[in-house]
Design a protein around this ligand. Structure first.
Ligand SMILES: C[S@@+](CC[C@H](N)C(=O)[O-])C[C@H]1O[C@@H](n2cnc3c(N)ncnc32)[C@H](O)[C@@H]1O
Length: 222
């Protein structure tokens, strides 16, 4: 008789990055209610940790992969709180995410995507920003975490090497540049409001809806 395998996956990087990312999320989302959509939730470990830290929010983890969805749901059933929703399939590159058919509010408090845009084709970034433009509330936020280059330059030699490795593995992958993401954001009515340096040469980028007469120099560059 075969022993059933545990579908819960473990991402070693999760244990290193969960605390600093949680701190940033608490700053931006602490005290807020509503729905948060997580794109490319992977193992589901972040969804469990962040939904626990932000109990006023309903947390909706999604991914494009079946193995990932199994892991997310297994973590949810094992450790998740009542605000952590069941995961569903979402391809960020799709032109319509059909969020309301899954029970999400028409206007989201936030969309979060960690370590996704560099390890997927550019059309996934395009879909992500288009979806944020369609789905975020007026004060909603799009929050990205991962390695990014800034205005065309890598911020560390290790990121340059990582970028080259990604592009060797798949020419459509690669570390995305903040200027390219700002242009994409702008096309969908969003602007980059915060670039938060994170450990291990990563960044958290926070995009919000463009304000009337907004000043591009308002981006806090640390
Ligand atoms: C490097 S993993 C990051 C997982 C998790 N967010 C983390 O930081 O541990 C990238 C994730 O993006 C997902 N992904 C790739 N392409 C996607 C797409 N088109 N739409 C949604 N998710 C996608 C993968 O299935 C995978 O779970």
């Amino acid at each position: 008789m075969s022993v059933p395998t545990d579908p819960r996956r473990d991402a070693p990087a999760f244990h290193r990055n969960v605390a600093p990312i949680r701190e940033v999320l608490l700053e931006f989302l602490g005290g807020r209610g509503g729905d948060v959509l997580e794109i490319g939730a992977g193992t589901g470990q972040h969804a469990v940790a962040f939904s626990a830290a932000l109990p006023e929010l309903r947390w909706w983890p999604t991914d494009a992969g079946a193995t990932q969805l199994d892991s997310i749901d297994a973590w949810r059933l094992h450790d998740g709180g009542s605000n952590l929703q069941a995961p569903f399939t979402l391809d960020a590159a799709a032109s319509d995410w059909h969020l309301q058919s899954h029970g999400l509010a028409a206007e989201l408090t936030a969309i979060i995507s960690l370590n996704v845009v560099h390890i997927s084709p550019w059309r996934v970034s395009e879909g992500l920003f288009a979806g944020a433009g369609r789905s975020l509330a007026a004060d909603g936020l799009l929050i990205l975490y991962g390695p990014f280059s800034r205005d065309g330059a890598h911020t560390a030699a290790s990121n340059a090497a990582f970028d080259a490795d990604l592009r060797r593995r798949d020419p459509d992958w690669g570390i995305r540049d903040t200027a390219d993401l700002q242009a994409l954001a702008s096309a969908h009515g969003l602007e980059l409001n915060r670039i938060e340096p994170m450990p291990a040469n990563n960044f958290t980028l926070v995009f919000a809806r463009k304000q009337e007469n907004s000043d591009r120099d308002a981006v806090q560059r640390r």
